[in-house]
Write a protein that binds this ligand. Structure first.
Ligand code: ATP
Ligand code: MG
Length: 376
């Protein structure tokens, strides 16, 4: 089976690693010469809308997929006219626009933070009047890793926020004082078979995911599964999808979807029977889905900006580093480490080892929290 992937970053790299044992071959279309997936297949180093490259990709591939959501809709149309492309174009269109995404949640009765579209400075002040402060102003398209958004705390912030983000379509959201951030990753086959992974508890700093913890048996699992199932069905989805959620005292609120494999599901490589990457490939290539159940509790720590010493990382028992092969740069995701537990539960020993990994990556606050939990 030949898989064409739009994008050649770490998600494409981990897809290709998961596909190798299944005998799959890969071609990546990615304009970056440094595409870290490139050694695992053929690399077309062209822009995403390069007609010749798209033609080559669709002639070669049995099925095409993508590793990020900002692929222009026109590119998917060109590919879809000649070959199968999964996930479907509509899922991509919904995920690309935060307004359309929230409206889709509404139509499926999936609760969201209060929101309103903002297209002018006047609408911004009206929207703040309605939703109150604090609130989060976001660009409707193109945001990632917390980019393209800002928190408004007081009236005086409106002008600077408008100057920074205004001029493109925006959305204002009520600021949610969440108890936890969670995500659920699910997969659906073309035949409509679905499977969910257990919830992931996610910790961000400066808008970037730092730590994700598998939460098997969480009381909110059923509610999250109900919401994500509605999305999968409504979008006639094929592949892996992530739904990001806020846990509040009133239950779960949907933040956004990612129509692809997701950073908060990287622990599934070691933690689940079949990873989110293998299941995405199984879904898009028409194979039966694999078992999503947790083999052992797992956590994932992102390696951001600078790589810690590999000797120190590998000295932590149960730690599995994944180094993507990208050059160091502030804020850049360079790799991740999965930590697996020895037994069926997250215990003090696991928390202690997780704290040492967090210290190695410079996440001092999270490390202290884990140390406290392990001492308790
Ligand atoms: N309405 C909100 N209330 C409180 N916090 C929020 C809100 N919206 C976003 N955040 C915080 O900012 C983070 C990034 O926001 P969001 O997921 O909308 O953007 P993103 O740039 O697409 O992020 P990513 O690429 O990491 O998924 C969230 O994970 C959450 O921690
Ligand atoms: Mg997000």
């Amino acid at each position: 089976m030949k898989i064409g992937i739009l994008g050649g970053g770490q998600l494409a790299q981990m897809l290709a690693q998961a596909g190798a044992p299944l005998g799959m071959e890969f071609m990546f279309l990615c304009p970056s010469e440094e595409a870290c997936a490139a050694p695992l297949g053929q690399h077309l180093c062209n822009d995403f809308d390069d007609a010749t490259a798209l033609d080559r990709l669709r002639r070669w591939a049995d099925v095409a997929t993508f590793e990020f959501e900002n692929v222009p809709a026109s590119v998917i149309e060109i590919l879809a006219a000649h070959t199968r492309v999964y996930p479907p174009a509509r899922a991509l269109a919904v995920a690309q626009d935060r307004l359309r995404e929230k409206q889709t949640f509404d139509s499926l009765e999936i609760p969201t933070p209060a929101y309103t579209a903002v297209d002018s400075q006047e609408q911004l002040s009206q929207a703040v009047g309605r939703l109150g402060l604090p609130a989060v102003l976001k660009t409707r398209t193109q945001g990632y890793d917390g980019k393209g958004q800002t928190v408004l705390k007081q009236q005086a912030d409106l002008l600077s926020a408008w100057e920074r983000l205004g001029g493109v379509p925006l959305i204002l959201e009520a600021f949610v004082p969440f108890e936890r951030e969670l995500s659920i990753i699910a997969v659906r086959s073309a035949k409509g078979e679905t499977r969910c992974y257990c919830l992931s508890e996610n910790h961000h700093r400066d808008g970037i995911l730092r730590l994700a913890l598998s939460r098997c048996g969480d009381p909110l699992q059923d509610m999250a599964e109900r919401y994500v199932q509605r999305l999968l069905q409504n979008l006639d989805y094929v592949g892996t999808l992530a739904l990001e959620l806020f846990q509040t005292e009133h239950g779960l609120l949907a933040n956004e979807i990612a129509p692809r494999v997701h950073n908060s599901g990287h622990w599934s490589i070691e933690g689940a029977a079949c990873s989110q990457f293998e299941n995405h490939l199984r879904a898009v290539s028409g194979l039966p889905l694999g078992d999503t159940s947790l083999v052992q509790p797992a956590a994932m720590v992102n390696l951001i900006g600078r790589l810690p010493d590999l000797g120190a990382l590998t000295a932590v028992p149960g730690a599995f580093p994944h180094i993507y092969g990208k050059s160091e740069r502030a804020g850049r995701k360079l790799g991740h480490v999965t930590l697996t537990a020895d037994g069926p539960a997250i215990d003090a020993e696991f928390q202690k080892r997780l704290a040492s990994l967090l210290r190695l990556t410079g996440e001092m606050q999270l490390a202290t929290t884990m140390e406290r939990l392990s001492a308790a």
